[in-house]
Design a protein around this ligand. Structure first.
Ligand SMILES: O=C(O)CC[C@@H]1NC(=O)NC1=O
Ligand SMILES: [Fe+3]
Length: 399
């Protein structure tokens, strides 16, 4: 085990409160192995740490390392041409119904080899690591057949083996029905058997779905969630992104880890999420890219005490957003989250959205996943537009 050490000369945003930053000015943090052993004012540092190696960080800000709780970074091809179509007025739904959208990425992903998918995903993971990310959620959902869904999830697992980052996978076989197929038949004959196979191979940490008019209805998603429940897997859901068809309420009913997008969620949905302890994951990149005008009900989430997370939704179509810091800026500017809420959304609440209890907060016993920033005010992390002030990332105590 690496020698324990004491970090000093820091302002610590511990994120260990239900609101605000949990700021500790002139803080000390003791790292022992992969865990945090102590955090608090340097003046209170217990004497038993006196002999530990000390490292001063010249007054910089330290936060928990960031968590991107919603990505589709394993995929083939790109959708730049659709970008032009949408700039010419085609709606996201019109593009999807014209055979563009998710199904066009499916063709590119099916034809890509596992090595191709890995080679194109590694730079995306590297970009997130360079922004101080220590946990990234990676979904399947561009295969929509057994072979390719498994291929995507295997690549996701390899990303976590080849890079110093934790990868949490979500099976998203219920992302869309392949062109020309009946959604119900697809769910029963492809999606559910593939979920079983992926689970048997240890490839699935959670099960996701796309509940939307252009994808699956609540009854179809419920069949996927019932299978997840039978396999002992937690669930999450892309819900109320483009309309209100009941996805958020369904997610709450199943005790989902999170309901994601939720632009069209209602106050009643917010109450249901709060009662279920389900996290609302806000994805401003998709809202921005598809020119959505309905912002998520952030004030209703606040009023009901719904934890809010923020993710990039990095995908080739609705959100080719490669910056978790820009996602935080967008969450503030477009959704009127506060900078403290945005940082909670990519630390403490990002961990909650993934069902992780050992990260996202600077506290004794938590993983020593830390980000040290060349800023003095935590609000600067959301304030900058396309600015990356990361000085150093510590992953599992290793510098
Ligand atoms: O456009 C894509 O490729 C993915 C879109 C993405 N998936 C989903 O369920 N909602 C989204 O915004
Ligand atoms: Fe998504």
């Amino acid at each position: 085990m690496a020698q324990p050490y004491v970090m000093t000369g820091l302002t610590a945003a511990t994120m260990d409160q239900d609101s605000g930053y949990g700021l500790v000015p002139d803080a000390a943090i003791v790292v022992a192995g992969e865990r945090i052993d102590w955090v608090g004012p340097a003046s209170d540092l217990p004497s038993n740490y006196a002999g530990f190696d000390r490292q001063s960080h010249d007054g910089r800000l330290v936060t928990p390392a960031l968590i991107d709780c919603h990505t589709h970074i394993v995929h083939g091809g790109n959708r730049a041409r659709e970008f032009e179509m949408r700039l010419n007025g085609a709606s996201y739904e019109e593009v999807a119904r014209a055979g563009g959208g998710i199904v066009s990425t499916v063709a590119a992903t099916r034809s890509a080899t596992q090595d191709d998918l890995l080679a194109s995903a590694l730079p995306r993971v590297d970009a997130l690591i360079a922004q101080g990310v220590s946990v990234v959620e990676v979904k399947s959902g561009y295969g929509l057949d057994r072979e390719t869904e498994l291929k995507m999830l295997r690549v996701a697992r390899i990303l976590g083996q080849q890079r110093p980052i934790r990868v949490v996978t979500s099976f998203l076989g219920a992302h869309a029905a392949p062109s020309g197929t009946n959604p119900d038949t697809y769910i029963d004959s492809v999606c559910l058997p593939t979920l079983e196979a992926a689970h048997a191979e240890g490839l699935v940490d959670a099960v996701d779905g796309f509940c939307e008019g252009i994808a699956f209805d609540t009854a179809q998603i419920a069949r996927v969630f019932d299978k997840a429940r039978a396999l002992g897997l937690p669930v999450k859901l892309h819900a109320e992104q483009l309309s209100h068809i009941g996805g958020t309420a369904l997610a709450a009913e199943y005790g989902a880890l999170s309901a994601d997008h939720v632009e069209y969620a209602s106050a009643a949905d917010a109450a249901a999420l709060a009662a279920a302890g389900t996290v609302a994951v806000l994805l401003p990149g998709a809202f921005y890219s598809i020119h959505e005008t309905q912002a998520p009900p952030v004030q209703a989430f606040r009023d009901h005490g719904v934890a809010m997370a923020v993710g990039t939704d990095w995908n080739p179509g609705s959100s080719p957003l490669g910056s978790i810091l820009l996602a935080m800026n967008m969450a503030c500017t477009l959704f009127r989250m506060t900078p403290a809420e945005a940082l909670a959304g990519t630390t403490r609440n990002g961990a909650l959205a993934l069902g992780l209890g050992d990260c996202g907060v600077i506290a004794p016993g938590m993983r020593a996943d830390l980000a040290i920033w060349n800023v003095s005010d935590p609000a600067e992390l959301s304030y900058g537009i396309g600015i990356n002030p990361l000085h150093q990332r510590i992953f599992g105590g290793a510098q």
